[in-house]
Design a protein around this ligand. Structure first.
Ligand code: GCO
Ligand code: MG
Length: 453
């Protein structure tokens, strides 16, 4: 049996467990079990030889991508480590800490590399180290897929569907503008559409400054993004009433509260939106207020999506096992990549929670590819946040998931099926001044009180 066949069978075994017995038998028939085959032909151990951190911004968004190189010439893997608000810190965590810890290790031992790296900082479960770990973790799944000559979704047990349904962002300063954007997205084939509207005079999430004029005389790091929750929770139900009247019922509508309102107002809003049958209402509460989910669940039947800010399993396990949310929205690089995300997907499956992984512009195309492989293989897939990649992004990352009529398609190539043009990536250096978008720390009430953005 050729080495690749042995790897193919053993990789399939790892992915789905049961076939391992068949794989072992198959190997056994030919060489006394997997060990037999290995013992029969001493394979040069595969080693991690380098870990490169690549920062690039082809769409003007700071992205962090990791390339893990191995002792087998030409065999490398890519992973997403994008924490766009702290990109340089993730770079340091990789270059100065994970790289020296992992050089020389076996990239095929994905779980061991994950567990040892995860505890190597002793303090753990944070966004910086989670993203750094994810860059390596996804790259190792990419390497194993390439070595096994299989797409990563095949290592996860194969396709449960041929394509991944996505949702599209729309927004506007007025109901009419939002209506037009939703109608256009529907026209283009999207079945799931997120709608956000500006609150006049206020800096509203998902609509850009829209309603508020920025005062250029105030330095950017101190420029307030004025926000008030009460007018927002009054305007949003009226928006969806307008959209249902004008657009109708044959489209799934979504909305992101983005944790910006006090919990009691979030509960009122979820109730007031019931007549408009949202596909989901996202982040009605902040991670700091997860204690309110029990109350929210008892109060409303509006489907709830939560989780792009989650880092620590203790933030979400009880929400899943308590059936307090309907969709998990985790930013998978934040929790460490594919290895932990697969487990979250499996846990969700057992409690009837569906996946809706975070997928806006500050997830790199490599991260989007990883999302798609998870989505294809998860029986409890719900929806995927989609993105129309710019031409520059597609040039820098050949093999981006293809978007057609609102569906993401994987390209079925081995591994994650995506690559990076490092020379071209270097032509889009990230911006370091300012080092991140200061608006995130400047959302304030009229009286100056800081608001969770
Ligand atoms: C979403 C998110 C994003 C985040 C952004 C932060 O649902 O896509 O809320 O828009 O705000 O990723 O950098
Ligand atoms: Mg969101």
């Amino acid at each position: 049996m050729q080495r690749r066949d042995w790897l193919k069978y053993s990789a399939a075994g790892v992915g789905a467990g049961l076939p391992l017995v068949a794989a072992a038998n198959e190997v056994g028939k030919q060489a006394a079990g997997p060990a037999g085959a290995a013992q029969g032909r001493k394979l040069p151990p595969l080693r991690i030889t380098d870990i490169k951190t690549i920062l690039t911004a082809p769409a003007n968004i700071r992205l962090v991508v990791v390339k893990v190189l191995t002792s087998e010439p030409g065999l490398y893997g890519l992973g997403c480590a994008t924490f766009t608000q702290r990109a340089r810190v993730v770079e340091t965590a990789l270059d100065k800490y994970l790289k020296p810890f992992l050089i020389g290790k076996d990239p095929l031992q994905i779980e061991d590399v994950f567990q040892s790296s995860f505890v190597s900082s002793y303090w753990r479960n944070g966004p910086v180290l989670g993203n750094a770990l994810s860059g390596v973790d996804m790259a190792l799944w990419d390497i194993v897929g390439k070595r096994a000559n299989m797409p990563v979704y095949q290592l996860f047990g194969g396709k449960c569907r041929e394509a991944v349904d996505t949702y599209r962002h729309t927004n506007g300063r007025t109901f009419q503008e939002v209506e037009k954007a939703v109608a256009q997205a529907k026209e283009k084939g999207w079945r799931y559409i997120r709608a956000q509207v500006a609150v006049p005079g206020l800096s509203t999430y998902g609509v850009g400054p829209g309603g508020q004029k920025d005062d250029p005389n105030i330095p950017a790091n101190r420029r307030p993004q004025v926000w008030e929750p009460a007018p927002y929770v009054r305007i949003v139900p009226r928006l969806f009433e307008h959209l249902r009247k004008r657009i109708g019922d044959d489209v799934e509508l979504l909305h992101d509260v983005h944790e910006r309102v006090p919990p009691i107002l979030a509960m009122q809003l979820a109730r007031d939106l019931e007549p408009y049958r949202l596909f989901f209402l996202e982040d009605p509460l902040s991670p700091e207020d997860v204690g309110y989910f029990e109350h929210l669940r008892k109060l409303t039947s509006t489907p709830i999506a939560m989780g792009e800010l989650f880092n620590n399993p203790n933030e979400y396990i009880h929400l899943i096992s308590g059936r307090l949310i309907d969709f998990i929205r985790i930013h998978i690089s934040q929790i460490g990549g594919l290895t932990p995300a697969r487990k979250v997907a499996a846990l969700c499956e057992l409690f009837g929670v569906r996946t809706a992984w975070h997928g806006p512009g500050d997830v790199s195309p490599v991260g989007h590819a990883a999302n798609v492989h998870l989505d294809l293989a998860a029986p409890n897939f719900g929806i995927q946040e989609g993105r129309e990649f710019t031409q520059a992004e597609r040039d820098v990352f050949p093999g981006c998931p293809e978007l057609k009529s609102g569906y993401y398609y994987a390209n079925d190539r081995p591994g994650l099926g995506i690559d990076i043009d490092e020379k071209l990536a270097a032509k889009f250096p990230i911006q370091d001044d300012p080092p991140f978008d200061y608006r995130w720390g400047n959302v304030r009430r009229r009286d100056g009180t800081v608001v969770r953005p």
